[in-house]
Design a protein around this ligand. Structure first.
Ligand SMILES: *[C@@H]1O[C@H](CO)[C@@H](O)[C@H](O)[C@H]1NC(C)=O
Ligand SMILES: CC(=O)N[C@H]1CO[C@H](CO)[C@@H](O)[C@@H]1O
Length: 359
């Protein structure tokens, strides 16, 4: 008996040794980077500048008056009760002027060799990127009151932006442009006083996913300018345009979002509503709940329209509005396009009757 126990005991020891080698191997592989801490009174950018791929920077509670630039691959910037506000005088980086002259971003995640078109409207378009910045994570920050974007990703690859609170970014709460594989989720994006411009916008090259965010108070909640963008499970309240899918955008998916109430400050003479498919193509608008949008009789729950302001005119074709629930809107569904192949089916709604009958 004793020798059997001894054998079992040895076997367990061997197992434990094997496991610890395995675990040690795994953790050294994934935890190669160092951990740095930034405390109130220190500069976050100093820690970013000293960081290498795989490093995690933990920013402790405090208010930091800085603009941050992240150009190093594989950095995780993690705040806990860390508040970022504009510094007394602005610095210049890729995001300077992105959303118009003299605008600045709170956190600018940027590749190198980013070539930007001149500013026309909304933001400067990314023409090309020499080397994207990869695998940057930003989480746990409150970012307030920047003149351009509270957080911008320009020329990123697999940027991950989650669990931040973005307050009063004057032009954008969050903007990702010229990037691939950006994921932005579980952020709270708010315009508190004025009707600031855009809550979250993706103008990427591919694979943008924006989900489970809470957006309120902006003129446009979500702006969709990326082919195949995945916009899902967001709640959008108190905007004038909940989700706006731009002219020419192909194959965006707008699913399972909840859009409610218009901002009382929405101009009465401009279109207001929940989801606008504006000269976009092959959009899927499915399983959204759109409710309580009223603006003197003209607000629409979900609209498919052409865009005559582009050259040539952008025609909305092949879009699908399926399985949405719409109620208490001035008009639930509005379709005015010369496009073909638009399908409006199985929506629970009341106006107009022709789009709301079960088919
Ligand atoms: C439909 O859209 C065209 C322009 O795209 C506009 O001229 C026309 O007034 C619209 N029709 C309705 C009924 O709103
Ligand atoms: C860009 C922006 O929203 N700036 C505001 C930041 O906060 C101050 C004070 O609350 C305002 O005066 C600015 O307009």
């Amino acid at each position: 008996m004793a020798s059997q126990y001894l054998l079992v005991g040895r076997f367990i020891l061997v197992l434990a040794a094997v496991f610890s080698i395995l675990i040690g191997h795994v953790s050294s592989h994934h935890g190669r980077g160092r951990v740095k801490h930034v405390q109130s009174g220190q500069r976050i950018q100093t820690a970013i500048n000293a960081a290498h791929r795989g490093d995690r920077i933990f920013v402790e509670a405090g208010t930091y008056a800085e603009q941050l630039t992240i150009e190093t691959d594989g950095i995780a910037l993690i705040g806990s009760d860390a508040i970022l506000i504009p510094p007394p005088s602005p610095i210049q980086n890729t995001c300077s002027g992105l959303a118009g002259p003299d605008t600045q971003a709170g956190i600018c995640v940027t590749g190198s060799g980013v070539d930007l078109a001149a500013f026309q409207v909304e933001h400067r378009k990314v023409l090309s990127v020499t080397r994207p910045v990869q695998d940057v994570l930003i989480s746990g920050f409150q970012v307030r009151n920047f003149s351009g974007e509270n957080i911008a990703v320009v020329g990123g690859h697999n940027a991950h932006v989650t669990r931040n609170e973005l307050v009063d970014g004057a032009q954008y709460g969050f903007l990702t442009a010229g990037s691939k594989g950006t994921r932005a989720h579980d952020n709270v994006v708010t315009s508190t006083s004025n009707l600031l411009f855009i809550g979250m916008c993706m103008d990427d090259m591919a694979n943008a996913a924006v989900f489970s965010n809470h957006i309120s108070g902006y003129y446009v909640g979500l702006c969709v300018q990326t082919d195949g963008a995945d916009v899902r499970m967001n709640t959008v309240r108190n905007t004038c345009n909940g989700v706006f899918v731009d002219p020419g955008v192909k194959g965006a998916k707008v699913r399972r979002n909840h859009i409610s109430t218009l901002n009382p400050a929405c101009p009465k003479e401009l279109p207001a509503g929940g989801v606008f498919v504006d000269g976009a193509v092959n959009t899927k608008v499915e399983q959204n709940v759109v409710e309580g949008l009223t603006n003197g009789g003209t607000a629409v729950g979900i609209a498919i329209i052409d865009d005559p302001t582009t050259t040539p005119v952008s025609i909305a074709s092949g879009n699908v509005i399926d399985h949405n629930i719409l109620f208490h809107n001035d008009v639930d569904i509005y379709v005015n396009t010369t496009g073909t192949g638009n399908v409006i089916v199985r929506n629970l709604c009341s106006t107009p009757e022709e789009y709301c009958k079960h088919k």
